[in-house]
Write a protein that binds this ligand. Structure first.
Ligand SMILES: Cc1cc2nc3c(=O)[nH]c(=O)nc-3n(C[C@H](O)[C@H](O)[C@H](O)COP(=O)(O)O)c2cc1C
Length: 305
């Protein structure tokens, strides 16, 4: 997650058996990305039990030179998995495959899914309605079943995975994995401002505002963070052009005046209702595992009725 996931969050996830991810743009320079991957590998090597792979996330619509340099670093580190988002990964698929990398692409529509499959990716992340960050619009259940009609490879559901029960539901629907963001912002290892973590605890689904007025693309933001910046959520949710939204809200500090998206205006998904405390990644993963097991037991009881 942009400005949230760094070495600590990704490494803690992998060490606790959960694929850890971070956008490569969170590392300002390719040298920093190189250092992060080395650090994550070293922490995993010191772990006392088997670890999950790290899955760096490449944002296809970023500075092309930085993107090329980042992909070079990923290939050099022979990362096992990459998640490509916001745009087609076509340009890099062959190169990553040659390095033995498993390539996932996130998609928000059937057309995106078909195009991503044509580009040769190994699996799809289905970005569904209510996801944190730049969200999809399709209902998660329908989207999984629609894609399953055209594709029998690996699928990951993103959006709506509030807890272990929802994770099992995603698997029952036909996904191999679930992708969770918001729940992991409220961990000690996340780079988020402590006030952001507190706001997640205090917020519910009703506090999530879907708007393209902030980032120029449909994204879910926390209403209280919009109000805290002195803005009116009703005004912010009015449709504006990409150019206008860029003018109003910049992504990086110091670039423009006014509140900055992702920095002052905070994002979360519908899963925010499941955030009850700030804890370590290890505690969160334990909780998810307990819930997943409880959901399985409930499922068995249901089937036996
Ligand atoms: C603050 C924030 C930043 C995000 N940044 C990224 C990103 O940089 N790249 C990406 O592919 N997805 C990003 N996402 C989306 C997540 O990968 C994931 O799809 C989403 O969080 C799933 O929904 P959930 O938050 O309800 O679990 C972000 C989400 C949030 C909340």
């Amino acid at each position: 997650m942009l400005r949230i996931s760094g070495v600590d969050l990704a490494a803690a996830a992998c060490i606790n058996g959960v694929v850890g991810s971070f956008p490569t743009v969170n590392a300002r320079e390719p040298e920093q990305l190189d250092a992060w991957l080395t650090e994550i590998a070293e922490r995993c090597a010191r772990a006392e039990r088997p670890t999950a792979p790290v899955c760096p996330n490449v944002l296809m619509r970023t500075d092309p030179d930085k993107l090329d340099a980042d992909v070079d670093v990923l290939v050099r580190h022979k990362v096992e998995m990459v998640l490509a988002s916001v745009g087609s990964p076509e340009k890099y698929v062959q190169r990553l495959h040659d390095a033995g990398c498993f390539v996932l692409a996130d998609v928000a529509s059937m057309r995106h899914a078909e195009r991503a499959l044509e580009s040769g990716v190994d699996g799809l992340v289905l970005l569904s309605a209510g996801a944190g960050g730049q969200t999809g619009w399709a209902n998660g259940m329908s989207f999984v079943r629609a894609v399953r009609r055209i594709y029998d490879g690996p699928l990951v559901l993103a959006g709506g995975i509030s807890d272990g029960h929802a994770l099992l539901a995603a698997r029952l629907l036909g996904c191999e994995l679930g992708l969770m963001g918001t729940r992991f912002i409220a961990t000690q290892e996340a780079l988020a401002d402590p006030a952001y973590k507190t706001m997640l605890i205090d917020s519910s689904i009703d506090d999530i505002l879907l708007t393209r007025g902030i980032s120029g693309i449909d994204a879910n933001f926390l209403r209280p963070s919009i109000v805290a910046c002195g803005l009116d959520p009703e005004v912010v949710s009015q449709p504006v052009s990409k150019e206008k939204s860029r003018e109003l809200f910049s992504a990086y500090a110091g670039q423009m005046r006014g509140p900055k998206r992702w920095v002052d205006l905070w994002s979360a998904g519908h899963t925010v209702s499941a955030v009850g405390r700030v804890c370590s990644v290890a505690e969160l993963v334990d909780e998810l595992e307990d819930e997943y097991r409880a959901a399985k037991a409930a499922g068995r009881a249901l089937l036996a009725e």
